[in-house]
Structures are given as C-alpha cells and as structure tokens.
Design a protein around this ligand. Structure first.
Ligand code: HEM
Length: 381
C-alpha cells in the first residue's frame, strides 16, 4: 500500500465511525454503540474525514515531505477521538494538524500569489480556531461557525483553482476573496457577540455564494455531458444548500437550537460539502492516490439520494418537526454517502484491473513480437 493510501486510512476510519455516530444521534440501530461516539460525530466528520482528505490533497500540491505530517496528524486525531484517550489529547493532535495545514499555505502562496490560495488559507485559519476552541472545552454549537468557515473557505478556494481551467476572471475571484474575508470576520464577530452575530454570518455566507456562483463555470458546464455535467449538477446543488444555510442564519431567531441547528449544520456539511466531494472525486482522488477513478453515470444515484434525503430531513423533519420523517431522511443521507464510497471503490478497482489486464496483454504482445523477430516460435522457448 502506498504512503498516500495509508494516510487515507485514518480518514476512512473517521468517516465510518462518523456515520455510525450519525445513526446513534438519529436514535436508530447502529453497528457500534460506544459511549463517546455520538458526542464526537461532528469533529470526526469535519476534521477526521474531510480534514484528512483536504490536508492530503494540499500536501500533494506542496510536494514536500513535511506537508504529509498534516494529514497524518489529522488521521491520528480522528482515531484519538474514538479511542479512550482524553478528548484534549485528540484536540491537541487536531490542533497540530490544522496549524501545520495553515503553515503549508505560506510556501503555496510564495509559489502562486493569487486569490484562490488566500481564500484557502483563511479556511485553514478557521479550522485552527475551531480546534483551539474544541481543546479548550467550548461547546460545539459555539464553535460550529469556525468549522463552517473551514469547509466553505477551503472548498471555495480549491473550486476557484479548478474553475480557472475553464476561464479566468480576476474581478470575480477578488469578489470571492472579499466574501471570504467577510465570512471569517463574521465568524470572529459571532464568537464575541453571540446575540446578533448570526444574521451577519448569514449575510456573509449569502454574499460568498453569490460571488462563487458568479466566478464558477458550473452553469455553462450543465449543458455538457458525462463528468463535467455530473460535477456541475453537484456544484449547483451545493450552492443551493449554502444559500439555505445563509437563509437559516438570517431568518431564524435561534439558529443554533433544535431543528434549525440540524438543518443549518447539514445544509453546509452534507448539502454543500459532501456534494462538492462527489463533484470532484473523479478529478482529485486519482491525482492524490495515483489510482484511477473514472466517472460512471451510476454516480447520479447516490448524489440524487443525498439531496432528496436531505430535503426530506430538513423540510419534513427539522421544519415541520416530524421525528420519523427526520430519521428517514437522516438514514437516507447515511445510505447516500456509503453508496457513493462503494461506487467509487468499485469503479476504481474495475478500472485498475482493466488497466493491469491491458498492460499484461501489451507486454505479452511485445514479448511475442521480440521472439518472432529473433526467429523463435512464440511459446516454444
Ligand atoms: C450522513 C448522514 C448524517 C447524519 C444522519 C447526521 C446526523 C446528525 C445528527 C442527528 C446531529 C445532531 C443534530 C442536533 O444536535 O440537532 C448531527 C450533528 C452534527 N453533524 Fe451530522 N450527520 C450526518 C453527516 C454529517 C457530515 C457528513 C458532517 C460533516 C462533514 C456532519 C457534521 C455534523 C456536525 C458538525 C454536527 C454538530 C455536532 C454537535 O453539535 O455536537 N454530519 N449530525
């Protein structure tokens, strides 16, 4: 197993443990019922899983050995969260991982001074802030905005880099950077003034979505076919969910309580973040893991299930208060994430096997050709 794949193991464990914890939080049957699992679901998912994937991808982009310490520490921190070690130890590991992740952006910025790197570095700072608050024992609802800042800013910055493949628009990129600065400022403000900070954060999030949609080529990609169209559909759905999150923060008086909290968290984490991961998996994972992951139309099935189940959960469960509907939507989300992972592993393995078979056939043809050229009858050596 390659080093990069080994580093992904920590992220994979965090994802499976986080999904198990999600079932516990929904109050339905779960394979593992360890006591601490449910209380660390959020950190497992955001830093243990998504943090490891993002840190690995950035370490590959940096291309220096020390950069890989960040995904290694992130994975270890995720495993520590589900082990019996005290939570502050897991927090310290995650703090080291996110601190290092922020440092990685210094050489990346020196290499390419552009808005996309700055937006990502703001996200890395937000993650570092979240781990400091977590290690200090602050309640999750109070530092959730820092985790939101991490995923939104980092993924937006990466999206800007990828969107540039289609076109480059300096003004649109500067608008995303301005939105990113406003978002981080609003996150700090909310920590200092929890009473009226939420609508400001919501307004900053809405401004960010507006700037992102404007800078992105996703709208035009919707008219293409195959992977570009699939990615564009996931991207646009992600932007819709980010708008829902902004709307909840602006319009609902206590967005960090009850059903509004569940709707807010998962509009960002499932509707936006997971959808973005689905959109880019076939491009980013092969570059990071050096394994093929070809697009297959069956990927639409988990993607559609993710969004339909989330809509059921948010509208029927969180807003209308129907507990069973909320549980059904939540279980649908777990199935969607697992189904995407299974689809990716299956298509990746099929492509690897096909490539190996092609190489073997080419080698034997080459060998047979060389033998014939030397006047040897193939197979009679
Ligand atoms: C796949 C299906 C998922 C289900 C069924 C699920 C379920 C839940 C539930 C029931 C809660 C408690 C909500 C509340 O207290 O009102 C929760 C909280 C949370 N979830 Fe999820 N979740 C899922 C996926 C995710 C993902 C993918 C992420 C991150 C990428 C995530 C991040 C969080 C966070 C940050 C919290 C707040 C934790 C806290 O307050 O302690 N969830 N989740």
């Amino acid at each position: 197993m390659g080093v990069r794949l080994a580093l992904m193991v920590g992220g994979g464990i965090a994802l499976l443990a986080g999904l198990d914890a999600a079932l516990l939080l929904l109050g339905v049957a779960a394979p593992v019922t360890a006591e601490r699992l449910a209380s660390v679901h959020g950190m497992l998912m955001v830093l243990g899983f998504i943090g490891t994937v993002i840190a690995l991808e950035r370490a590959v982009a940096l291309g220096r050995w020390w950069g890989f310490a960040s995904p290694a520490l992130m994975g270890l921190g995720g495993i520590a969260l589900i082990s019996p070690v005290p939570l502050p130890v897991a927090g310290a590991l995650l703090m080291a991982a996110t601190g290092l992740q922020a440092v990685i952006f210094i050489p990346l910025w020196r290499r390419r001074r552009d808005a996309a790197v700055l937006v990502q570095s703001l996200g890395a700072v937000s993650a570092f802030g979240a781990t400091i608050l977590f290690t200090g024992g602050v309640a999750m609802a109070s530092f959730l905005p820092w985790l939101v800042g991490y995923v939104v800013l980092l993924i937006s910055g990466e999206r800007m880099e990828l969107a540039r493949l289609g076109r480059s628009d300096d003004r649109a990129e500067k608008a995303v950077l301005a939105g990113g600065v406003a978002l981080l400022a609003a996150i700090v403000l909310l920590l200092l003034f929890p009473r009226w900070g939420a609508p400001v954060l919501g307004a900053a999030l809405l401004a960010m979505v507006f700037a992102l949609v404007n800078a992105d080529v996703a709208r035009t990609m919707l008219r293409s076919t195959g992977l570009p169209r699939f990615s564009a559909a996931c991207l646009m759905a992600g932007y819709v969910w980010l708008t829902v999150a902004g709307g909840i923060l602006v319009l609902i008086p206590h967005p960090f309580d009850g059903g509004a909290y569940d709707a807010l968290v998962h509009s960002v984490m499932l509707g936006f973040t997971m959808s973005m991961i689905f959109a880019h998996a076939a491009v980013i994972l092969p570059a990071v893991l050096r394994r093929p992951l070809p697009y297959h139309p069956v990927m639409y099935v988990p993607a559609a299930l993710l969004h339909v189940a989330l809509a059921v959960r948010v509208v029927g469960g969180d807003l209308r208060g129907a507990h069973l509907v909320w549980q059904i939507g939540g279980v649908g989300n777990v199935i969607a994430v697992l189904a995407f992972v299974i689809t990716a592993v299956a298509t990746g393995m099929t492509a690897s096997l096909a490539a190996r078979r092609r190489r073997t056939r080419a080698n034997s043809a080459l060998h047979a050709g060389a033998s014939t050229a030397r006047g040897v009858i193939p197979g009679a050596e």
